[in-house]
Write a protein that binds this ligand. Structure first.
Ligand SMILES: C[S@@+](CC[C@H](N)C(=O)[O-])C[C@H]1O[C@@H](n2cnc3c(N)ncnc32)[C@H](O)[C@@H]1O
Length: 286
C-alpha cells in the first residue's frame, strides 16, 4: 500500500479477524481473515497485543453496525457511502442496503479479488480513488441523489487535516443533500491521556494524527451539521468487557476517556430527521 493511512486498514481488519476467532465474538466478521494478505498479517502482528485499543476498535465497528442495522430495518434500500471503507465487509454481512465503498485502489483491488462486488448479496459499488491526487466529489458525482444517504467515515477523521474534513462535508452536502454523517472522533484530551500507545504504533506505519481538536463534535457541527447522537466507545467497550477499566469508573470519574473517543451521527439539519424515521440507539453520553 503506497498511502501510509491505507496500511491502517490492515490493522482494523486484523482486529476483526481476532474478534471472529475469539471464543465470544462481538461481530464475527468472517471476511476479515480472507481479506488479510501476507502484508496485512505482518502489519497486524505489530498491534495484536494491544488489548484495550483493539477492544475499542471492535466496539466502534459494532456500534456503527447497530446504527446501520436500524437504518436498514426501516429502509432496506438505504444508500450507505463508506469513505475510507478499508476492508469493511458490511455490504456482505448486513441485510439490505445500497453500498458505495470508496478507498485507495490497492484496497479496492484486494476486496474485488476476494469478494467481487457482483457477487455481493446487497447492491455494491466499489470506487477506487487516489485520495492525494483525485477528487472525492468527482468520484461520487455519478451517485448523487436527493434520497436519504448515510455517509460513514470510520477510523478516518483523525488522519485528515481539518480543511480536508470541511471539503468532504461540502462534497457530501452538494451530492447528498439529505444525508447523515456517521464518524468516530477523538478529542485532544483523549489523545494526550489515552491515545499515545496506539498513535505511536500507527506512526511507525507512517500515518499521523492530525484532527483532534478540544471539542471535535463542535468542530463537525460548525460545518453545518447537527449532532443526533454520540456514543462513548470506551464506556460501551468497558460494559462489554473489552476494556479492563470498570465501566463505573469511566462513567463517573474519567470524562476524557468517556467523552474523548465517541462515534457520532450528525444530520444536515433538518433534512435527515424528516427523511428517515429509523431510531438510533440512545446516547450514553451527552
Ligand atoms: C483506519 S482505516 C479504516 C478503514 C475502515 N473504515 C475500517 O474501519 O475498517 C483508514 C482508511 O482510510 C483510508 N484513507 C486514506 N486516506 C484517506 C483520505 N484522505 N480520506 C478518506 N479515507 C482515507 C485508508 O485507505 C484506510 O482504508
Amino acid at each position: 500500500m503506497s498511502n501510509p493511512v491505507s496500511k491502517t486498514a490492515w490493522y482494523c481488519t486484523g482486529v476483526r479477524m481476532q474478534d471472529a476467532r475469539s471464543a465470544d465474538p462481538l461481530i464475527g466478521d468472517v471476511w476479515a481473515e480472507r481479506f488479510l494478505d501476507e502484508e496485512g498479517r505482518r502489519v497486524f502482528e505489530r498491534f495484536a497485543d494491544l488489548r484495550e485499543p483493539n477492544g475499542a476498535n471492535i466496539v466502534r465497528h459494532w456500534l456503527i453496525d447497530q446504527w446501520l442495522n436500524a437504518r436498514l430495518a426501516t429502509d432496506p434500500a438505504h444508500r450507505i457511502v463508506l469513505v475510507g471503507a478499508g476492508f469493511d465487509s458490511r455490504a456482505l454481512r448486513l441485510t439490505g442496503g445500497h453500498w458505495i465503498e470508496v478507498d485507495e485502489a490497492a484496497v479496492i483491488e484486494r476486496k474485488e479479488a476476494i469478494a467481487p462486488s457482483h457477487g455481493s448479496p446487497n447492491r455494491l459499488v466499489r470506487i477506487p480513488i487516489d485520495f492525494a491526487r483525485e477528487s472525492l466529489a468527482d468520484k461520487l458525482a455519478p451517485h448523487a441523489t436527493d434520497a436519504p444517504v448515510t455517509v460513514v467515515m470510520e477510523g478516518v477523521t483523525y488522519y485528515l487535516e481539518a480543511a480536508a474534513i470541511a471539503a468532504n462535508a461540502r462534497t457530501f452536502a452538494d451530492l447528498f443533500p439529505r444525508h447523515e454523517l456517521i464518524c468516530d472522533l477523538q478529542s485532544n484530551a483523549f489523545v494526550e491521556r489515552w491515545g499515545r500507545r496506539i498513535i505511536e504504533r500507527i506512526a511507525a506505519l507512517g500515518a499521523h494524527w492530525r484532527f483532534h481538536p478540544e471539542d471535535p463534535v463542535a468542530a463537525i457541527e460548525a460545518l453545518g451539521y447537527e449532532r443526533r447522537a454520540c456514543l462513548s466507545i470506551a464506556l460501551r467497550a468497558a460494559e462489554l468487557k473489552r476494556l479492563r477499566v470498570p465501566a463505573v469508573l469511566i462513567r463517573y470519574l474519567l470524562p476524557s476517556l468517556r467523552d474523548g473517543y465517541r462515534v457520532c451521527a450528525f444530520a444536515r439539519h433538518p433534512e435527515f430527521n424528516r427523511a428517515v424515521p429509523g431510531t438510533l440507539p440512545p446516547s450514553v453520553s451527552a
